[in-house]
Design a protein around this ligand. Structure first.
Ligand code: PEP
Ligand code: MN
Length: 355
């Protein structure tokens, strides 16, 4: 689908979206907003309706909080954003003059819900940010953007907030940078922000993740900021104080997209050439490996042996991790890489078996 998405923010340099996970009281919202206004953020966030994994958690203050956001606008001049997930949220948010809306991860994952929001927005010219779906499915993310676009929304941005994983990791939601990069490749003009708070789920790695996003040319960050994070009614472990946020932002190194410097150009081209050659070698090696997998498949077929040999596979993985470690490659990377290779080897063997 050919889309002409417009940018939400008219600004070079990282766009800064910050505010509490949830609006809890008028004073909490206003206090946070005042402090963030001093830091010249671009957009103030606050959840009014909170999608919670389990019932009986705090599910947001509801409509009353919209009035608090209105006061934020009046008092600080900040633009405000909140999450909407159904027709009545949209209706109330528009009525309250919310400047930007966002779709949460649990909404993007559900085409019925996305369509409902899109339908409610027909004929309204409001910017919408679309968080990635909770599962790593680029098509769902694109689908949500398309549904909004088809409803006439032209200012759309994406927010990478990480993905659920069944594996225990250091993140609350694992960042899949490649998925965001793929989205960017498909829609080169689409703004992409990094919600480091929901990726991390903890404070100590917020900086690292935000910097990584800027290194990858993300357009900005969305971070949860609360006056007393430990006492927050939702997502307490990941929220930081306005002053911690200030330190975080000033620690970030802003990268240029490129430079005209001839020496830089020359050197980078040389390095890229080396990478291209190595990638070519990797492709050849992989193709050869698959050919051998095919021969193994034929041989197993003749002898009526099952494809998956768990012992052998564990051995391969163990050796690979050990070798990788010795060469400074992370266990996570080596495992993912070899799992993908093993998967494809099985496909090759299966094709032979079924032939
Ligand atoms: C939030 O931004 O507070 C939120 C609920 O985020 P997500 O949809 O990414 O879980
Ligand atoms: Mn939150």
């Amino acid at each position: 689908m050919d889309m002409h998405i417009k940018r939400i923010f008219d600004k070079q340099g990282p766009i800064v979206i910050a505010g509490p996970c949830s609006a809890e009281s008028e004073s909490q919202v206003l206090e946070t907003a005042r402090e963030l206004a001093h830091q010249n953020i671009d957009l103030f966030r606050s959840g009014i309706w909170k999608p919670r994994t389990r019932p009986n958690s705090f599910e947001g203050v509801g409509v009353i909080g919209l009035g608090w956001l209105k006061r934020v606008k009046e008092e600080t001049g900040l633009k405000v954003t909140t999450e909407v997930a159904n027709t009545s949220h949209v209706f109330e948010a528009l009525k309250a003059g919310i400047d930007v809306l966002w779709l949460g991860a649990r909404t993007t994952v559900n085409p019925f819900a996305v369509q409902e929001v899109a339908d409610a927005l027909k004929g309204v010219d409001i910017p919408v940010m679309v968080k990635n779906p909770i599962n790593p499915d680029l098509q769902l993310w694109i689908g949500a953007i398309e549904r909004l676009y088809n409803a006439g929304i032209t200012r759309i941005a994406a927010v990478h907030r990480g993905f659920s994983s069944h594996e225990q990791t250091r993140y609350r939601n694992v960042p899949r940078w490649q998925i965001a990069i793929d989205l960017r490749s498909k829609f080169p003009d689409l703004e992409i922000f990094c919600d480091n708070s929901h990726i991390c789920g903890r404070r100590d790695i917020l900086q690292e993740v935000a910097q990584k996003a800027l290194n990858l040319n993300f357009d900005g960050v969305m971070t949860e900021v609360h006056p007393t994070p430990d006492k927050a009614w939702s997502d307490a472990q990941q929220q930081i104080t306005p002053s911690q946020f200030k330190d975080l932002m000033s620690s970030l190194v802003i990268r240029k997209i490129t430079t005209d410097n001839a020496e830089y150009q020359h050197h980078i081209e040389h390095l890229r050439h080396e990478i291209d050659e190595l990638d070519n070698d990797i492709m050849n090696l992989l193709a050869n490996r698959m050919k051998i997998a095919e021969r193994i498949g034929e041989y197993k077929k003749r002898n009526n042996i099952a494809i998956l040999q768990t012992g052998r596979w564990n051995e391969i993985l163990e050796t690979a991790v050990k070798q990788g470690k010795a060469k400074g490659l992370s266990e996570e990377f080596v495992k993912n890489f070899f799992k993908a290779i093993h998967d494809e080897s099985i496909n090759y063997q299966e094709r032979v078996m079924n032939a």
